[in-house]
Structures are given as C-alpha cells and as structure tokens.
Design a protein around this ligand. Structure first.
Ligand code: HEM
Length: 191
C-alpha cells in the first residue's frame, strides 16, 4: 500500500472498497444463477439462492456504507457527503470517484425499488433491476481508475478473479439450452 501511513480511516476505506467489490460480484453471480434452470441451481433450491442474493446484497451495502463514510470522514483527501451521492462533484479524481457515486446511486435505486416492489409494480422493478447489473462494471472501472493499490498485483488479482467469476456465470447462463417443447400430438379431426 502507498502513502499516509498514519491514516487508519484511509486504509479502512480502501479495504472496504475491495471487500464491497468482491461482495457485489457475489450478488451479481447469485442474481444470474437464480434465473438459470441448470443442475447447480437445482442442487441449491431457488429460495436458498434468492436468500443468499438478498442477504449478500445487504452485507455489500454495509461495506459500501463503510467505504463511503470513511472516505468522507478521512482528511487525507477532501470528499464531502454530497460527492458520495451526486456524481462528478468530488474535487478529488472527479471522474473516477464520480463512477463510484454512479454505482452507489444505481444500487440505491435497486434497493429502494426492491423494498417497494409491490408498489412500483413488476415492470418498473425489473427495469431498474436490469440497470442494477451496470453497477458491477462501473464499480470495477472506479476501483481500477482511482485505487491507490492499482499498482499492486493483489488488487489486479482480486479484480481479475471477480471479472472471471462474473463472465463465467453469464456464459453459463447464456449457453443454457432452451427448454425443449414437447410437440403436441397432432389431432385428426374426423366426423
Ligand atoms: C459500488 C460502489 C463502490 C465500489 C464497489 C468501490 C470500490 C472501490 C475499490 C475496489 C477501490 C480501490 C481500493 C484500493 O486501491 O485499495 C476504491 C477506492 C476508492 N473509492 Fe470506491 N467504491 C465504490 C463507491 C465509491 C464512492 C461513492 C466514493 C465516493 C464517495 C468512493 C471513493 C473512493 C476513493 C476516494 C477511493 C480511493 C482512491 C485512492 O486510493 O486514491 N467509492 N473503491
């Protein structure tokens, strides 16, 4: 790690950023697998996967809260609470931090519409949930773009591992054979 050996908050913010990225990866993979009908999904019943998907998402939110709170509280760089929710308002690495803010905003939209699912209706919920998948690549770009540890092989290893896991899950889902339709027996209409 580099710079500012004295700031525990600064280290905590970077560590919680990395943990958030790993947890977000698990959330995305869980979401992809919930929708597949292939054997690993059958080994884990849908309600178990759904529960994992939701609970890991909540834990990810806790770590993200920690990441953002420590970044704001830390005095090493100047990022205020507004910059945590309004993109491109941070004086520090405006664009890269802005991507983190966009990821958080998208995630909040997913969480709020999920909590209000019965009120917003299934169409809106699904549309917002699909946008939620964008959180992951945006967060990856943010971490690689702004992370102090980006020069360290371990951060690349973690990010590459996360990317490989998501790509594998999506490929697994996309290559799923379509359920074969049993041809309806031809009925001869006779009189
Ligand atoms: C989904 C949302 C987010 C994720 C997954 C995420 C993840 C990460 C990761 C992986 C790093 C690299 C840590 C390292 O170098 O060790 C990082 C750094 C950082 N993030 Fe985030 N982040 C998110 C949102 C935000 C937001 C909203 C802010 C702004 C308030 C923010 C501010 C920062 C800052 C200032 C750094 C450190 C930059 C540096 O090391 O110079 N992040 N984040």
């Amino acid at each position: 790690m580099t710079t500012n050996a004295g700031s525990a908050l600064w280290y905590l913010s970077r560590a919680s950023g990395v943990v958030s990225l790993v947890l977000l990866t698990l959330v995305v993979v869980g979401g992809v697998l919930v929708r597949t009908g292939r054997s690993p999904r059958r080994a884990l019943p849908r309600f178990v996967l759904l529960g994992l998907h939701r609970n890991v998402a909540l834990v990810a939110l806790v770590f993200l809260g920690l990441h953002v709170a420590t970044v704001v509280l830390d005095q090493y760089v100047s990022i205020d609470a507004v910059a945590a929710v309004v993109p491109l308002t941070s004086g520090y690495r405006t664009a890269w931090v802005g991507l983190g803010t966009v990821a958080v905003d998208l995630l909040l939209a997913v969480v709020v519409t999920s909590l209000l699912r019965t009120r917003v209706g299934p169409r809106t919920w699904r549309a917002v949930h699909w946008c939620g998948y964008a959180v992951w690549p945006v967060a990856v770009a943010h971490g690689l773009g702004t992370g102090s540890d980006v020069a360290q092989p371990w951060l690349w290893a973690v990010t590459t591992g996360c990317a490989a896991t998501v790509v594998a899950a999506v490929a697994y889902r996309l290559t799923e054979p379509k359920p074969s339709r049993i041809a309806a027996p031809a009925v001869a209409v006779t009189r």
